[in-house]
Design a protein. Structure first.
Length: 349
């Protein structure tokens, strides 16, 4: 197959990681092009740094002539499948006349009428399927958000990571990973920790970048137990250095960071946002109501008093090879549907 992925975002977060993993898995057997915007870097990070050299990357202009350049790419490449990621790429591709099957991943939700122009929608969470409008005429695929399993670190390497963060032996390390934005709920975590001044051994590290960085640092009130160290390229190793991982988001489709924490064997505390709740129901952990700092504080205190320890979780259905095999089967299903004749019509559609 010839597959065109279109991702018109900036930086490197969950949606970009998912796209890179799909491209890297598919380029082994198929011809792949990844279309990105020409200012794809944000804070020095970009999806293009994480894709296999076999993936051809094409940069599109950020504003002027984006639609025209994308349409020309579709014409010249002649893809069998166009796979869109996020809203803008879906909107642009929905306007392009092409024989290719059009697919969009609902990294967030069905948040625009242009999704009706897709032949297929990839839903990472059950709640996304439940909320699809009845007038959508395409096919929905319940995907398992892909996960590239991380190598297990020896105890001395984990100890070195903790020491590198500034954690002392006996400290209880709380980790968080994600954009520094209101929707991610880091203010809830900070407030919860500040409500526990008696737990001097708690050390909190929130890794990520975003527009709320200055406000969140101010919110810590100078509490030396709370640090926002910024972006770390080795963050998937750092999960193994956490005693507990917290995902306090106000909204989450299906958080990749929780899968990465579970892959590391790290106990998880999460808000009861739809995607968080789904993963806790499937794989275990503790939930608290969105924005409830007192409830989160109680859970943190309980984890300090009764450390859960590391555990093995079977995430094989999310491993990138399995997730990609299911995705390619979905592509083939859509292609077969496109070729199938309509009732009473000799040709295909």
């Amino acid at each position: 197959m010839k597959i065109l992925h279109v991702l018109l975002s900036r930086g490197f977060a969950g949606s970009e990681r998912s796209t890179a993993e799909s491209c890297n898995a598919q380029c082994v057997r198929h011809e792949l092009v990844l279309a990105v915007r020409d200012d794809h870097r944000k804070g020095g990070a970009s999806v293009v740094d994480h894709v296999d050299p076999r993936v051809r990357v094409v940069a599109l202009p950020r504003l002027l002539l984006t639609q025209w350049k994308l349409a020309r790419l579709v014409r010249d490449f002649g893809p069998d499948v166009i796979h869109c990621h996020l809203r803008r790429s879906t909107r642009l591709v929905s306007r392009i006349e092409t024989a290719a099957v059009k697919v969009s991943t609902l990294h967030i939700g069905f948040n625009g009428r242009h999704f009706h122009g897709m032949d297929g929608l990839v839903c990472n969470a059950r709640w996304q399927i439940a909320q699809l409008p009845p007038e959508f005429k395409g096919v929905a695929h319940k995907a398992n958000n892909s996960l590239l399993p991380q190598r297990r670190l020896p105890a001395d390497a984990v100890a070195a990571l903790r020491a590198g963060l500034g954690a002392q032996p006996g400290d209880f390390v709380v980790g968080g990973v994600g954009r520094l934005a209101h929707v991610k709920g880091w203010d809830t975590l900070i407030d919860a920790v500040r409500a526990l001044p008696q737990l001097a051994q708690v050390k909190v590290f929130i890794f990520g970048q975003g527009s709320d960085e200055a406000a969140l640092k101010a919110r810590t009130g100078g509490d030396p137990r709370i640090a926002l160290p910024g972006f770390r390229p080795d963050v998937k190793d750092l999960y193994q250095a956490f005693d507990v991982f917290v995902c306090p988001s106000r909204f989450e489709p299906l958080p990749r960071v929780m899968l990465e924490a579970l892959d590391a064997g790290t106990p998880v505390i999460a808000s009861d946002a739809d995607g968080c709740r789904e993963l806790i129901e499937d794989y275990g952990g503790d939930l608290f109501p969105i924005g409830d700092a007192a409830a989160l504080a109680a859970l943190l205190a309980d984890h300090v008093a009764r450390p859960r320890g590391r555990r093995e979780v079977d995430l094989a259905a999310h491993h990138v090879d399995a997730a990609n095999a299911a995705m390619e089967a979905f592509y083939q299903r859509l292609l077969a549907r496109r070729r199938a004749p309509l009732p009473g019509r000799p040709g295909g559609r």
